[in-house]
Write a protein that binds this ligand. Structure first.
Ligand SMILES: [Zn+2]
Ligand SMILES: [Zn+2]
Ligand SMILES: [Zn+2]
Length: 550
């Protein structure tokens, strides 16, 4: 074992000094917040104003240590930035991430130039590494820099390796330790993160042999001298603490990042921070006003979905059952509102599964042969499912995944060239959306303003002549209004320097220039916006109270 592996091994087996005399069974690992040297070591990896953060015992039961803010913060204020210890790109079919720079390639923005993609614009393909045929890069220079910073050690060991991103993150960490690329300080801190291996073993009985074989294979491939037990713990650390790189609710993440700051932020389904990636840098901002002394909380996944979907997915991935207020409220609602008292949850879950099937089918169709798909037929199917889908009663409009189904069908309509119908369905979807906070909502608004901009660009569009439609001016009002709101939201998520904010800012300035109404943000504009929004909602068949904007 080399010095780095030894440092990891010693640190992962460190016990709580308060419990050294207790029986072996109850010996707990030394919590991070009790180890001041470790805390300052971890804090040195985070870029934040001096003394603005501290590591303390979490306010969430059994969550170990957490990260706390020590000053008051305004909504959108930057809390800290950091560069993850290790990043690992998703690979395989349809995955489009550069394993060096992690520029987003699948959204509506150009990956490098500060602009929206043109409709139908095709990006140059990624280069695949000739050695491993596994990792992809956006340019020769990204490949070269990845090679020099560690890929040279792993490239030859990856033949036939798993495409699973956590397994490859494990290989990467073991190799970086073997080659002494990581520092002793870093691996000591890494070893002390939560690993939940005991829970993994207990709860994942069926897949446990597979997890052991992952550790064995990792040991063989990387020639690591850590024990299988230690490698299992490292694998647990990766699973429990990684951040998905640039996760958006409609796309799979670009990769996996292990970051000390991110790892210390505990989960809550109603979070108070938002985590975004700027290329490979992690940025954490306040999602609302924060008071000094509050614990920073982040929703690990599926934030826009209901308890019935989100809670079990988090439990399976992170080995804990979330018991936050939002989880409790959402679960109570089903028992209160659904008719059939006894089998409420199984009945809801089966409707939910049927709705997710429709989302899958329409997403696939949108990229294969969108025109071969009958949206009206699907809407009919959805309505049929909804009638008695809520344990015998009607499925509530604002209960996911219904709004998401409508968004998928709206996207499909748009690809079929039926812009008017697409906007109509999308308005319904957004009016039904319950979780209008965080990244998913900003993406909803991006999709919405982009389709509105296509419509308002052509005042003489033949379909706009239909007298039952809202007026062109009304579409323009809501377009400018929502674009203005979107810009404000993005400022809070990405800051004024953020690329996404910049692209939308330029777009807003341009559109404001050609808009004949009052200035967005003024009272006169709000009055006009409100009237137009109500009219457009009415046209879409939605109660105008469902989507009011401040
Ligand atoms: Zn790149
Ligand atoms: Zn390679
Ligand atoms: Zn929760």
């Amino acid at each position: 074992m080399n010095a780095i592996e030894q440092a990891f091994s010693a640190s992962i087996n460190t016990m709580d000094p308060d419990q050294v005399n207790a029986s072996l069974d109850s010996q707990k690992r030394w919590p991070i917040h009790k180890d001041t040297a470790l805390c300052s070591n971890i804090m040195s990896t985070i870029q934040a104003p001096e003394g603005s953060l501290s590591i303390q015992e979490s306010t969430i039961p059994d969550a170990g240590s957490g990260l706390f803010i020590k000053r008051d913060l305004a909504e959108g204020e930057l809390i800290f930035t950091s560069v993850p210890l290790v990043l690992c790109a998703e690979v395989g079919q349809g995955m489009e991430a550069c394993d060096f720079c992690f520029q987003q390639r699948r959204r509506v923005f150009h990956p490098v130039e500060d602009r929206f993609l043109q409709p139908g614009e095709v990006l140059p393909p990624l280069h695949i590494c000739n050695g491993c045929r596994m990792y992809q890069y956006c340019s020769k220079s990204c490949w070269q820099r990845a090679w020099d910073t560690g890929h040279l050690y792993e490239c030859g060991l990856l033949a036939g390796a798993s495409t699973d991103v956590e397994t490859r993150t494990l290989y990467r960490l073991l190799i970086l330790m073997r080659k002494k690329v990581l520092l002793a300080q870093q691996v000591k801190a890494l070893a002390r993160l939560e690993h939940e291996v005991a829970n993994f073993e207990r709860r994942t009985k069926k897949s446990w042999p597979r997890i052991i074989s992952i550790a064995r294979e990792a040991r063989e491939r990387t020639k690591s001298e850590l024990s299988i037990g230690e490698i299992l713990m490292l694998y647990g650390i990766i699973r429990c603490n990684s951040l998905p790189v640039d996760q958006t609710y409609r796309n799979a993440p670009l990769g996996n990042a292990l970051d000390f700051g991110g790892a210390l932020i505990n989960h809550c389904c109603d979070p108070n921070v938002v985590i975004v990636f700027n290329s490979t840098q992690v940025q954490v901002r306040a999602l609302r006003k924060l008071k000094a002394g509050e614990e920073l909380l982040h929703c690990y996944r599926d934030i826009a979905y209901d308890f019935t979907f989100r809670n079990p997915r988090i439990a399976a991935r992170y080995q804990f059952r979330c018991q936050c207020d939002r989880c409790r409220e959402e679960s109570d609602r089903h028992y209160k509102e659904a008719k059939n008292e006894s089998d409420v949850l199984p009945l809801i879950l089966s409707t939910q599964a049927a709705l997710f099937d429709i989302i899958d089918v329409s997403k696939k169709q949108a990229f294969v042969t969108p025109t071969a798909f009958n949206v009206e037929l699907q809407l009919g199917k959805v309505n049929h499912i909804l009638k008695t889908g809520y344990a015998g009663g009607p499925w509530p409009n604002n209960l996911e995944p219904l709004p998401t189904v409508l968004k998928a069908l709206a996207a499909l309509c748009e690809r079929q060239g039926d812009l008017i119908n697409s906007i109509k369905i999308r308005i319904k979807a957004l009016a039904f959306t319950k979780w209008r906070k965080g990244l998913p909502w900003s993406e909803d608004l991006i999709d919405f303003v982009l389709s509105l901009s296509t419509l308002t660009m052509f005042p003489s569009h033949p379909s706009l002549r239909d007298p039952s439609l809202p007026k062109h001016k009304e579409f323009q009002d809501i377009f400018i209004g929502h674009l203005h709101t979107l810009h404000g939201i993005l400022l809070n998520f990405y800051g004024p320097q953020g690329r996404t904010t910049g692209i939308v800012h330029t777009f807003l300035q341009q559109e404001k220039g050609s808009y004949n109404g009052p200035v967005p943000g003024t009272r006169a504009f709000r009055r006009r916006f409100k009237a137009s929004q109500e009219n457009v909602l009415k046209w879409a068949g939605v109660d105008e109270g469902l989507w009011t904007v401040e």
